[in-house]
Write a protein that binds this ligand. Structure first.
Ligand SMILES: NC(=O)C1=CN([C@@H]2O[C@H](COP(=O)(O)OP(=O)(O)OC[C@H]3O[C@@H](n4cnc5c(N)ncnc54)[C@H](OP(=O)(O)O)[C@@H]3O)[C@@H](O)[C@H]2O)C=CC1
Ligand SMILES: O=C(O)[C@@H]1CCC=N1
Length: 269
């Protein structure tokens, strides 16, 4: 059953759209109970096109909604919160999805009344497969955590973590879809290079990523053991794996997560 809680988005960009569409598609909230604002009129039109209610200005969102997602770029978050702070009451739950913006900064900017939670989602929430993490801040209690748990479990999975781990989450699963899209694009290119039509190559690449992820999650087996099941002695796979290892694929992915996490920490400063 959809929640009666009104949900607002300050910032109607890519991540806000993925969340709003995800919650609505999963029937967690009715579109007419979702409010948003954005300085870019075209973004409001996108939100209007799937039934949500664009309003004029950040304060209007605070007046219309109880759960307010702060979905602007990290550097604008304190400004937005200071602007809506006089309108915030004990009924408001502020959910910041901004990379790197700490609970301390959020609390200082929002003032003492509103409850605060940080979430780091990712864009696959649009198709019900997000990997998200959250940590509770000022005033937020188990009812607020339960509400977010319900919302995010409708669009994937959410983990509770200590705030100090949220930058690592950002570098891994927040940014991670982009890494995997590179992988899918590169695998498709490889398929095309080997003679496949583009559409078939892309579908095979994406389905291979999906199926492999499902095998990890559903068998609980170590990825190394699952890799060993594919690599026949002196076969094709080990020849491919050897090339990836020569190119430093593991270090490249580890470095990507480390660099993105470090960038989240920088945004916090
Ligand atoms: N994209 C992703 O996969 C993820 C993003 N995030 C976080 O989500 C937040 C938004 O990122 P993303 O969706 O990618 O960014 P976008 O640039 O797509 O969206 C941000 C939107 O907020 C608007 N905006 C700027 N200032 C204000 C303001 N004062 N009031 C209302 N709206 C404003 C922007 O307008 P304008 O363009 O004019 O500035 C823009 O349309 C970031 O903090 C990011 O860290 C978290 C997890 C994943
Ligand atoms: O690139 C970014 O900064 C945001 C945060 C995580 C994903 N996108």
């Amino acid at each position: 059953m959809p929640t009666e809680t009104k949900i607002g988005f300050i910032g109607a960009g890519q991540m806000a759209e993925a969340l709003a569409r995800g919650f609505i598609n999963q029937n967690m909230v009715e579109a007419e109970h979702v409010f948003c604002t954005d300085p870019v009129e075209a973004r409001k039109e996108v939100f209007r096109s799937f039934g949500t209610v664009p309003v004029d200005g950040n304060i209007a969102v605070a007046e219309a909604a109880e759960v307010i997602f702060i979905a602007v770029k990290p550097q604008y978050v304190p400004v937005v919160l200071r602007e809506i702070s006089p309108k915030l009451t004990e009924k408001h739950l502020i959910v910041s999805i901004a990379a790197g913006v700490t609970l301390a900064v959020l609390t200082e900017a929002a003032g003492p009344k509103a409850k605060i939670i940080r979430v780091m989602p990712n864009t696959p929430c649009l198709v019900g497969e997000t990997a998200a993490a959250m940590c509770l801040g000022h005033g937020a209690g188990s009812a607020d955590a339960d509400l977010l748990q319900r919302l995010f479990e409708s669009v994937g999975r959410i983990f509770r973590v200590d705030e100090k781990l949220l930058s690592a989450v950002t570098g891994l699963s927040g940014s991670g879809p982009a890494y995997i899209f590179l992988v899918i694009e590169a695998l498709s290119d490889g398929g095309v290079r080997a003679g496949l039509p583009r559409d078939v190559a892309q579908a095979l690449a994406a389905q291979t990523v999906l199926g492999s992820a499902k095998l990890v999650l559903e068998t609980g087996k170590h990825p190394g053991a699952l890799k060993d099941m594919v690599t026949s002695p002196a076969g094709t796979t080990i020849a491919g794996v050897h090339e990836l290892e020569k190119a430093g694929i593991r270090a490249a992915f580890m470095n990507a997560v480390t660099a993105a996490s470090a960038r989240a920490d920088e945004l916090a400063e």
